[in-house]
Design a protein around this ligand. Structure first.
Ligand code: ATP
Ligand code: MG
Length: 332
């Protein structure tokens, strides 16, 4: 089976509907046809200031949501990044073949530092994409299902793999970019010009997987819609309505065309009510299951430890290959 790698940061108490649609839904499908490795990337999460106790809790919560959303830790490998030491070790080596200018062109770094400026940003945030490349390359992953916001980072991963291979001899598998077009980017409900993010600043604009159903419904009813009154899919002219249509289409399985026909002559209120009902129905069992899993943290930690062993076996072999290629003296 082709190898797949993907991950999310434990940067909040809950994942949101963008993470669900852009990543988790595909993970669930792909784990049946791929040798899938899913990581909770806690090393990435410390690239911005974090609270230690919160990080630990968020890491468990993120893992619980993967499982509750259908990732099967017996079939797929589901582990915590800091449990496998090879990640930062390979990242260090890749740092040395990454150009400073190349890293400076990463738009996620620019976006995340736009407000406060780069002076306050950590070097870790700057080299985040290099650690991400290490994550993928350690596992010889061919497929990396992510949202549109990660396209540039996966392209960097490909460049680094090719560069290392041509400098030191074939070592890495060069991964493919696999991003689903329509669902690749879900926008903030209060600010449909920017992507929904765990670290976003509009609490009412983020639909959390672990929100209570009534809260979810209220956020959707209060979503910013656009001028006019017709429900049409037009991302340029009607970003708010189009975002809701995308969500409804993914969650119900109805095509955008079918939805356009269905809402012909009906207003935004009808649309919002249907989106709220559909999302609540989709999330409620996942939320319940995640909270159940979190009631038994010892069992969850045990599952994560076993999966980390499986991951480390693959990652350590790749790292050994790399260390040999770059000329490190083997320890006798
Ligand atoms: P943060 O604000 O901490 O960066 P995030 O919401 O961007 O959080 P990540 O952990 O960075 O989430 O990304 C996890 C996965 O979710 C990635 O595959 C990413 O592409 C995807 N993703 C994140 N936000 C969206 C979104 N709004 N729409 C679709 N996919 C998304
Ligand atoms: Mg992000």
């Amino acid at each position: 089976k082709p190898r797949l790698f993907s991950g999310m940061q434990p940067s909040a108490n809950s994942l949101h509907i963008g993470n669900y649609i852009g990543a988790l839904l595909q993970w669930r499908e792909l784990q049946t046809t791929h040798d899938a490795i899913f990581c909770v990337v806690d090393l990435h999460a410390i690239t911005v200031p974090q609270d230690p106790a919160a990080l630990r809790a968020q890491t468990r919560r993120t893992a619980a949501q993967y499982i509750a959303a259908g990732i099967d830790p017996a079939r797929s490998t589901l582990f915590v990044q800091s449990h496998v030491a090879a990640h930062p070790q390979l990242a260090w080596v890749l740092n040395t073949i990454t150009g400073f200018g190349e890293a400076s062109r990463m738009t996620q770094f620019k976006d995340k530092t736009a407000k406060q400026g780069t002076e306050a940003a950590s070097v870790g945030l700057f080299t985040y994409p290099v650690l991400q490349a290490a994550d993928v390359l350690l596992y010889d992953a061919v497929v990396v299902p992510v949202g549109e916001d990660q396209r540039q980072h996966i392209e960097l991963t490909r460049d680094l793999a090719q560069r290392f291979n041509s400098r030191f001899g074939t070592t890495f598998v060069v991964p493919e970019v696999s991003i689903l077009k329509e669902t690749a980017k879900i926008y903030d409900l209060q600010n449909p010009a920017s992507k929904m993010s765990k670290s976003g600043e509009t609490p009412a604009g983020i639909i959390w997987l672990l929100d209570e159903p009534a809260v979810t419904a209220k956020k959707i009813r209060s979503a910013v819609t656009d001028t006019g009154r017709e429900v049409v899919y037009d991302p340029e002219g009607k970003p708010g309505v189009s975002n809701l249509l995308t969500i409804l289409s993914v969650v119900t399985g109805a095509s955008l065309d079918a939805l356009a026909a269905q809402y012909d002559g009906r207003g935004y209120g009808d649309l919002k009510k249907d989106v709220a009902d559909a999302v609540v129905a989709e999330f409620e069992p996942i939320r319940t299951r995640a909270l159940e899993l979190l009631d038994d943290p010892a069992e969850l930690d045990r599952v994560l430890a076993g999966n980390a062993d499986r991951a480390a076996e693959i990652a350590d072999a790749t790292l050994a290959r790399v260390y040999d290629r770059v000329g490190f003296l083997p320890r006798a």
